[in-house]
Design a protein around this ligand. Structure first.
Ligand SMILES: CC(C)(COP(=O)(O)OP(=O)(O)OC[C@H]1O[C@@H](n2cnc3c(N)ncnc32)[C@H](O)[C@@H]1OP(=O)(O)O)[C@@H](O)C(=O)NCCC(=O)NCCS
Length: 149
């Protein structure tokens, strides 16, 4: 694992961020207007104090990302660090990069004095479930969703 650097994402990374999200099967824009809206959303996300995106880069090429949200919970004095997205590009998996990104989240959670880190992972992502278990996460809940058209 040579020349890997984890850093805060910036506005120049928006194309790479979108490409990684597509690898996570996130929707591609159906129109140019939707494409522009996605880009603006990421732009705003990068500016918001309660959110953070980190990227992993190798020789200046972005090869992974993790996003974070710092959530207020009603009955806690401390924040919860929620991870909506974690993705390492297909050709770079199994090299320790996912673990490095999560370790950066753990450092951030400690710095912000969060009480825990939480994330969701689709039922079909069995590899990711093994990864989370391997790096010390516990499976602690089921997730329920209802699509609104
Ligand atoms: C899940 C994912 C982020 C893991 O990142 P990665 O860089 O490939 O994982 P790492 O190389 O850092 O692995 C860390 C440890 O987990 C283990 N691990 C990683 N993927 C694994 C898998 N599919 N099955 C079993 N163990 C796995 C590694 O062997 C390693 O163990 P070690 O520390 O004993 O060597 C990456 O595979 C990925 O992007 N997958 C597709 C998208 C996805 O599912 N994201 C998660 C959404 S919830």
């Amino acid at each position: 694992m040579k020349n890997i650097r984890i850093r805060k994402a910036n506005k120049k990374d928006i194309n790479e961020i979108l490409n990684l999200l597509y690898q996570l099967q996130r929707p591609r824009p159906k129109t140019d207007a939707e494409g522009l809206a996605f880009r603006k959303r990421i732009h705003r996300y990068l500016d918001e104090k309660d959110k953070r995106i980190l990227v992993a880069e190798q020789n200046s090429k972005v090869i992974g990302l993790v996003s974070m949200m710092f959530l207020l919970r009603l009955n806690r004095t401390k924040l919860e660090l929620y991870i909506p997205e974690l993705i390492v590009s297909e050709n770079h998996r199994g090299l320790g990069i996912g673990k490095l990104l999560i370790e950066s989240c753990i450092s951030m959670a400690k710095k912000k004095k969060c009480f825990r880190i939480r994330l969701e992972s689709g039922n079909q992502r069995e590899g990711a479930h093994r990864f989370y278990k391997k790096i010390g996460f516990e499976q602690s809940a089921l997730s329920y969703t209802r699509t609104i058209e």
